[in-house]
Write a protein that binds this ligand. Structure first.
Ligand code: SF4
Length: 147
């Protein structure tokens, strides 16, 4: 009987302690105890579609004008130019000396050489011949195919 009294006293003490601390329980926790469903997590947004590739920028009018002016200052490179002759430059790639320059293959020309700066123009600058305009149809032994 004495054990029953002690157990009852302990139960009351615990209930008293729980009663005061229950006021401090967070409301969210109470919601969970009441059987309410917790709020659903926000649905994930569907993945963004891949961005459209940007078109290559058109050269601005001033840039085109600058290029044209730079081209106008160039002196046409002739085959009898000392440096041109030393490098086997010809204005028509099909006349390249294949015996002397076995690296030449049909289709190679300044227009598809990485060093040609004339774009689609019939002649343009080449970093091998500063100040000179080489023919787009030309070729020399320094030819390096574009990427
Ligand atoms: Fe033509 Fe290229 Fe030779 Fe310049 S380096 S002359 S662009 S083949």
């Amino acid at each position: 009987m004495r054990d029953l009294e002690r157990a009852e006293q302990e139960r009351r003490r615990v209930l008293k302690l729980l009663g005061s601390s229950a006021l401090l329980m967070p409301l969210a926790g109470l919601g969970a105890c009441s059987g309410e469903k917790p709020p659903a997590p926000a649905a994930e947004a569907p993945p963004e579609p891949a961005p459209e590739p940007m078109p290559a920028p058109e050269p601005s009018e001033p840039a085109v004008a600058q290029q044209a002016a730079a081209q106008a200052d160039l002196v046409p490179l002739t085959e009898d130019n000392e440096q041109a002759a030393a490098l086997g430059y010809v204005q028509d790639a099909t006349r390249a000396d294949a015996a002397k320059y076995p690296q030449y293959t049909a289709g190679q020309a300044c227009t598809n050489c990485v060093l040609y700066q004339g774009g689609d123009a019939p002649s343009g600058a080449c970093s091998i011949f500063p100040g000179k305009a080489v023919k787009a149809t030309g070729w020399c032994s320094v030819y390096t195919a574009k990427g």
